[in-house]
Structure formats: C-alpha cells, structure tokens
Design a protein around this ligand. Structure first.
Ligand code: CA
Length: 591
C-alpha cells in the first residue's frame, strides 16, 4: 500500500502545483532529539506534533548547520554555511553593550528566504525569536522580507509578561534583551499571556490575515521554547508532577506548551480549509542542552558541540497527499536545503548569483532516495586552538571535539546508521574512508580559512582570533600539532637572568599549572608577577630575595585572592628592581 502511495506521490512530485502551498516552518530552540513523542520520548507528551509527524514524513537524519542558535538560523534563512558568510558566532547579548557588533546582523547582501517567497506573491510572517540583528533597523525582519513580525529580536527571552520591561520607560539602551517588550512590526505591544501561547496566537492571527488577503503564506514560526530560562505555567507543570528532576519537569512543560500551540494552529488551518494546502515543517535550531533538561538519546553530545546530539534535530514534513505519510526518511538532509526547496515549491525566483550550499530535496523525499549521496554535510563550532568539527557523508561521520585545546579527543570515524551514539571509532578499520572525508573537509575549510567573523560573542574571543591568527584550521586537522607560545619580543635583561622559560602543564590545559624556570647569576631581590593584557597585575608569585642558581616555580592559575583567573592571555614578568632588569613572556591560561 505504501508503495502505491509513493508512486502516486511521485507522479505529483515534478509538476507545478496548481495552487501555491502555504509553508509553515516551525522552529523550536534547543529541543532534544528524543524530546518529542514521534522520536520516542519516554516522558514528554506531544500528541499534536506526533499526529502531524505520523501523517507525514519523519526525518531520522536531519541536520542543522551549527550547534547553537544564531549561526544555525542564519544558515537556514540564507541557505548557506555560516562560516564562509562570516557569521559563525552568536551576536553578543545586547546588554553587553558591544555597540560595534550589536548593530550588526545577517549581511543585507543576502536575500533571506522570506524575501524570496514574498517576491513570489506570498504573504510572509515571522513570529518569535529573530536573533539575526537586534539593534540596527536594516536587519529587522520587516526589512528582510517579512510583511509581519511579532516577537523579539534578541537571542532569548523570559516567558512571563510581568517580567518584561518597557524599554523606553527604563531609558536603558543596553537593557538585557531577555526582558525587552515584545513587538509587532517595530511597535512595543502588551503581552498578557505566557510567551509560547502568545506566539501561537500571533501565528493564528497571521494565518487568518493571509486567508483574508487571499494569498498563500510563508510563516517562520520560531518559538524560543524550550530555550532557557526554564519557565513554565502551573497548568503545564501539573502534567509532569511525576518527573522528579525540576529542570526536566519544567523543560517538559515548556515543550508541551509548544505542542498545545501547534494543535491550535492546526485546528485553525482546518477551519479555514488550508490544512491540505499547507506544508508544515518542524525542527529545532540545534541539539538539546543537556544541562537544561534536554534528552538527545541515542545521540552523543548536545547543544554546542559537533557530536550528533549537537546538530541532528528531530524533524518532520507534513502535507497531505504530497508528502508520504507513516514514513521515515533515513538519509541525511540539512536545514540549508530549505531555501532552494521552498523556493521551488513556491515557484519563486532565486536571486541571480545567490550562493546556495544546499539543494532542492523535494524529489528525493518523495522518491525516498538519498538527497546527498556521496556529498559531505559539514558543521564546525569554533573553539580555541582546536575546533569542534563534524562531517556526514552517507552512513559515515567524522568528528573531532576541540573543547578549548583538549587534544585528547582525536578524530573519529563513525557509522552513524549503526552507531548513532558515535561510540565505535572505525577509523583504523576504514582508513581510506576516514582519510578521504578528512581531506574533503580540510579542502572545504580552505575556502574560508581567511574569513574573519563579522562579530564575536565577546571581546575576549576577538582578542584570541587576532592574537592566535585563528581559525588555524590546519591545527585541527593535524593531530601531532602542539601548542605554540607567542613570546613578546625579547627585551634586554642583562646577564643576571638566564634561561627564563615557561612550561604549561600540557596536554591538560584545564589544569592550568604553569612551570616557570629561570636562572640567576647572582643573589638579587626579584618580583615575579602575572599581568593581564590591560596591564593589571593579577597575581604575584615571588617578591623577595632569591639566591643564585636555578629556580622552579609553579603558578596554579589563581590570583592573589586564591580565585582562578579567567581564561585568556597573560604576561609573566620577572623584574629586578635595583638593576632595572626585566624579562617577560606571554602565555595562554585556560581556566
Ligand atoms: Ca538554539
């Protein structure tokens, strides 16, 4: 029977649709792979999502382009990998007040998918979290292709309206974006209900508006749930009183609120006779955050890393009569495929010269054939020194986790069809497959190795990039590579101090003990201090008379008050006051 259905669908697949379909793209935030009923959640109930998933196609191997929010959303909206576009970092939170970056957003040279569909005659609406430019109006959704926007512009938000602040009344330009007022097309509005419900209801209003206009709609419905802060209503929490872990209970309740909203939206689509003409897509922008109650079983890792748990998302497509039902599509696809796929479904023109890293996957889905046979799907999360990297090709995945310089994690090759938890490293068994994928990925990183990110999450990250000439991809691909220290140009220090060396306790930079050795040619009064790059002294190791000969000193990465200093670049200075002799070395501290 299923074959007959697929054959009927095949015959439909390559024709121009008589009526342009509505496209409802539902994006959740940090939702775990196993946190929906259709992916086997043992405790979270999502009956409305499950019904759509089972009457549509579930994707077991769907990827996003990045393991955290901003770059993943920018990739989805532009159809491009974030790194070559220069957007591999989240925009910094507005309350950090880094004006030069807070005023930035997805480059306006990129035509977003909303604009492509608007140009094709669609009514376009964006609801929820934007996170692609919060301050400068030129990045506002209304200026990026969306007729209507209801939501917030930053990277996250609190859920109960009594905590939202009136920005103007407060007069604080750099107010924490998590408490900004919710806006509709640039105008602050008063929200009176739990935020997830407010978004569901705004979505319903826009669907009704599209119906009044008599236009097909494209809606980018980007719930911020279940992203932190973990805040849920008493009603939603009540269904999960049996979950003892408070985080998990709250998280489960937040997912239920999304499910309830999707149920309401479906009822309105049916009421308006639009349900059968609406393609509904559901996914998450990245993997579940394990420390915030999420569950990515059976995948390894989670939000922020390039194990499967960081970048493989629960996903379904639903469109009665067009998408196979009761079906699981088991081949890899990526959210950067949406752009060309939606454009094709809508009969929309893609701008000339538009760079697209994905492809139209529609016919592959309908025919149940691999959309990316023999092709690599990449993900990179920048770290210090060594990055988190992953690449999927057919059943294979290569993964390396950088974790801020922890080179104890070598590259691995996994058969993620058989071993989605990436537990068995098969690189020694399939050395050719491994090497070939590694070479391909390295070749790809060469295409953007010189592209500087347009912004960073923090000023410290920018400092690292400049100081260490990041991204230093060569280092991630070379497992024999060791840390190179950058010495400050040597100043003359006379003949008293000899052989001044620093040795970091490597390869375990998380135990940041640094061994300092030096030799004195005479007995003198010395001070040995640690300074940060602003020139502030953060620790004093020696201040007193030292004898002639070799000295070994250990610094444990703590300041004068015994607190660990923050990770960064520090300068060690050995100084002999009465002789005006000084020697310095620069070194990285990872705390
Ligand atoms: Ca996210």
């Amino acid at each position: 029977m299923k074959e007959i259905i697929i054959i009927i669908l095949i015959s439909l697949s390559s024709v121009v649709f008589a009526q342009k379909p509505n496209i409802l793209l539902i994006l959740t935030d940090d939702l775990g792979y196993a946190d929906v009923g259709f992916n086997g959640s043992p405790d979270i109930k999502t009956p409305n999502l499950d019904s759509l998933a089972h009457n549509g196609t579930i994707f077991s191997d769907a990827y996003v382009a990045h393991p955290f929010c901003g770059p993943s959303r920018m990739a989805l909206s532009t159809g491009r990998y974030p790194h070559p576009m220069g957007v591999p970092y989240n925009l910094p939170d507005v309350h950090k007040g880094i004006e030069e970056w807070n005023v930035k957003g997805v480059p306006v040279s990129e035509t977003l998918i909303g604009a492509v569909l608007k140009n094709a005659g669609y009514y376009t609406a964006c609801v929820g979290k934007w996170h692609m430019g919060a301050v400068n109006p030129k990045y506002h959704p209304n200026n990026r292709g969306y007729d209507d926007f209801y939501g917030f512009l930053g990277g996250g938000h609190k859920y109960f309206p009594e905590e939202f602040v009136d920005k103007k009344k407060n007069g604080d330009k750099w107010l924490n974006e998590y408490v900004w007022p919710i806006e509709h097309n640039g105008k602050n509005i008063k929200v009176t209900e739990y935020l997830t419900d407010a978004f569901s209801h705004a979505a319903i209003n826009f669907i009704r508006k599209a119906d009044t206009l008599g236009k097909p709609f494209f809606m980018y419905l980007a719930y911020n749930a279940p992203h932190t802060p973990l805040e849920a209503t008493q009603e939603d929490l009540a269904q999960y009183s049996h979950i003892t872990d408070k985080k998990r209970r709250t998280y489960a309740a937040m997912v239920s609120a999304v499910d309830r909203g999707v149920g309401e939206i479906v009822r309105v689509l049916k009421e308006l006779n639009q349900f059968d003409n609406t393609l509904i897509i559901f996914l998450s922008d990245n993997g579940g955050k394990l420390t915030a109650g999420a569950n990515n079983t059976p995948l390894r890792g989670g939000k922020g890393d390039t194990w499967e748990g960081g970048v493989r998302t629960p996903m379904f497509f639903h469109w009665p009569g067009h998408i196979p039902s009761e079906h699981v599509y088991k081949y890899p696809v990526t959210a950067i495929d949406f752009y060309p796929t939606f454009a094709a479904l809508a009969g929309a023109k893609i701008p000339d010269g538009k760079i697209l890293d994905g492809k139209n996957i529609w016919d592959y889905i309908i025919h149940d054939r691999p959309a990316h046979k023999g092709e690599m799907i990449y993900t990179i999360r920048h770290r210090l020194y060594w990055h988190d990297m992953g690449a999927r090709r057919d059943q294979w995945k290569i993964t390396r986790i950088g974790k801020n310089g922890d080179r104890q994690n070598p590259w691995g090759l996994y058969n993620v069809y058989d071993d989605p938890g990436e537990t068995k490293n098969l690189r020694d068994r399939y050395p050719d497959v491994f090497q070939n994928m590694l070479d391909e990925m390295q070749k790809w990183t060469e295409t953007h190795k010189d592209s500087m990110p347009r912004w960073f999450w923090s000023k410290q990250e920018e400092q690292y990039w400049k100081e260490w000439k990041m991204p230093r991809y060569w280092q991630t691909f070379n497992e024999d590579c060791t840390l190179t220290l950058t010495d400050i140009p040597k100043k003359s220090h006379g003949s008293i101090i000899k052989d001044f060396h620093l040795k970091q306790n490597y390869p375990n930079p998380f135990n940041p003990k640094t061994k300092i050795t030096f030799k004195l040619s005479e007995r003198v009064h010395i001070s040995l201090d640690i300074f940060n790059l602003k020139g502030e002294r953060v620790a004093n190791i020696i201040n007193g008379l030292c004898s002639r000969g070799v000295h070994n000193v250990i610094w444990d990465g703590r300041n004068c008050s015994g607190k660990k200093v923050s990770s960064g670049i520090y300068i060690y200075r050995l100084y002999i006051k009465e002789k005006k002799r000084m020697i310095s070395r620069k070194m990285v501290v990872l705390n």
